[in-house]
Design a protein around this ligand. Structure first.
Ligand code: PLP
Length: 482
């Protein structure tokens, strides 16, 4: 069985340097850093002169301890998102540096709607947004953080509607479900483009659609939520330029893979990610692969002129500065300045470079490739399709789809019930008979669709656990009782 810490050094030491490590190994150092942050913010508050807190706000410490005790107990009802053996959904805790950044700023709770509400964190937001824009190769940009990828995509589609009124938005059948929903919300037509056998957009179908002249914006996804499939953005851009359509890239999940999009053995395909630089807008979620707590998406536009679509005035928020207020280029009003502070601090220490955040993504990519090989070599499992990022889809070999479904569900539910040090947490993905057949799988479709297994390998530590994970899936299947 793999050990829990890979080849890292003990007790937070690395060649004599004091290290802040993630996970339980870093708990003591994180505690120290948070104590220092609380003390510093209290000193700053004191500079304005002491004041007596209102007694209505006082809580008794005994009562607090009882309540936090209950909170901690209830939080154990979660799955262990932090553990390398949790390979289910796109979930993992933020980096401790992000926790420090978030909590430090949260103590004064700045609001990045306006420079009046959060001048320091609004400047940090501009800096991190510039760094994201540089990562994608935008030479100029307009952009901001959002509370999620969904809101970020809503903003991109809102601009799509304003620039191409009356035209439709095209996205692939595997695009995130919120695109259809947001089109509905915006009163626009959305058109679904079929996918080809690797889960990417069918370019022939796209071209036929573009030829009608009715498409205003095409949404390309670099990393679909289900399969991690990367649409060929380079080809999509070329087609769209020819037919005069815009391109928006939904890189909510996959955006940070730009840092390892180098065609190397443990990197990802370069061309689709390089082509984001030529697109009109892109969305990326720092709360997915950017080590941030929830509440951090981002939308970037290549043409700063789209600011005109957001034009509005606010008699009560914009008053201390003629500089651009982030609320003037965002559909949301209040936004956490703490989210910007957390991302800003994280990128100071783990910058958007191949050696910085890129080195956090590579092990998950390797884990997907190595596990894919083991699955392909095994007689009990089949790979649904080759992983394009760090998301793996696979299924137990059974002749009928209803049995594939049952065996997959068995691994899902029984894996979680194993003793905590042996447990395995996977997710499932619903595949239909046609999709299985398109990928060359000979499974009799006795039911229209069934569940297969899906694992998101987004924690770098998971690489060390792949042999154990693979064996555990096989053991669960051998144990039977499906
Ligand atoms: C997660 C995801 C979204 C939605 O983002 P949220 O932050 O969950 O709102 C949109 N598109 C893709 C491709 C995603 O993976």
């Amino acid at each position: 069985m793999a050990t829990s810490s890979g080849n890292a050094s003990p007790a937070g030491q690395d060649g004599g340097r004091r290290m802040l490590r993630s996970g339980p190994a870093g708990a003591a150092e994180l505690g120290e850093q948070l104590r220092a942050a609380v003390a510093h913010m209290a000193r700053w508050m004191d500079e304005y002169g002491g004041f007596s807190p209102h007694p209505a706000l006082d809580v008794e410490v005994g009562a607090l301890e009882r309540a936090t005790d209950e909170l901690r107990t209830r939080l154990r009802e979660n799955y262990p998102f932090f553990h390398p053996r949790y390979v289910g959904q796109m979930l993992k805790p933020p980096h401790p540096v992000a926790v420090i950044g978030y909590l430090t700023a949260m103590m004064i709770n700045p609001n990045n709607h306006a420079l009046d509400g959060g001048p320091a964190t609004a400047r940090m937001e501009r800096e991190v947004v510039s760094q994201l824009a540089a990562m994608f190769g935008f030479d100029q940009h307009l952009g901001h953080l959002t509370s999620s990828g969904t809101i970020a995509n809503l903003e991109a589609l809102f601009v799509a509607r304003q620039t191409h009124p009356g035209k439709t938005v095209a996205y692939s059948a595997d695009a995130h479900y919120t695109h259809a929903r947001m089109c509905h919300l915006l009163g626009m037509d959305g058109t679904v483009v079929p996918t080809v056998a690797d889960g990417t957009m069918d370019l022939q179908a796209l071209e036929e659609l573009l030829r009608t002249g009715g498409v205003g914006t095409v949404v390309a996804t670099t990393g679909t939520t289900g399969l991690g499939a990367v649409d060929p953005v380079h080809d999509i851009v070329a087609l769209c330029r020819h037919y005069g359509a815009r391109v928006h890239v939904d890189a909510a999940y996959g955006g940070f893979f730009r840092l390892i999009a180098d065609d190397s053995p443990d990197g990802v395909a370069a061309a689709p990610f390089a082509a984001i630089a030529d697109c009109d807008s892109v969305v990326v979620d720092p709360h997915k692969h950017g080590l941030q707590p929830y509440g951090c998406g981002a939308v970037l536009f290549r043409d700063p002129g789209v600011a005109r679509h957001y034009l509005h005035d606010s008699p009560y928020t914009y008053f201390t500065s003629d500089d651009l207020h982030l609320g003037e280029i965002s559909l949301e009003c209040s936004r956490a300045g703490a989210a910007a502070a957390a991302l800003w601090l994280t990128l100071r220490l783990l910058p958007l470079t191949p050696e910085g955040l890129g080195a956090v993504l590579r092990p998950g990519r390797r884990a997907a490739l190595v596990w894919a090989q083991q699955i392909t070599a095994s007689e009990q499992l089949s790979l649904y399709q080759h992983p394009q990022l760090d998301i793996l889809t696979y299924f137990p070999n059974r002749d009928r789809l209803s049995l594939v479904d049952r065996a997959s569900a068995h691994v899902l539910t029984q894996g979680m019930r194993l003793p905590s040090t042996q447990s395995l947490f996977v997710a499932t993905y619903t595949a239909d008979a046609a999709a299985l057949a398109a990928r060359g799988h000979q499974v009799v479709a006795d039911v229209p669709h069934g569940r297969i297994l899906r694992s998101v390998l987004m924690k770098p530590e998971t690489e060390q656990h792949v042999p154990f994970l693979h064996e555990q899936v096989l053991d669960l299947l051998a144990g039977g009782h499906e």
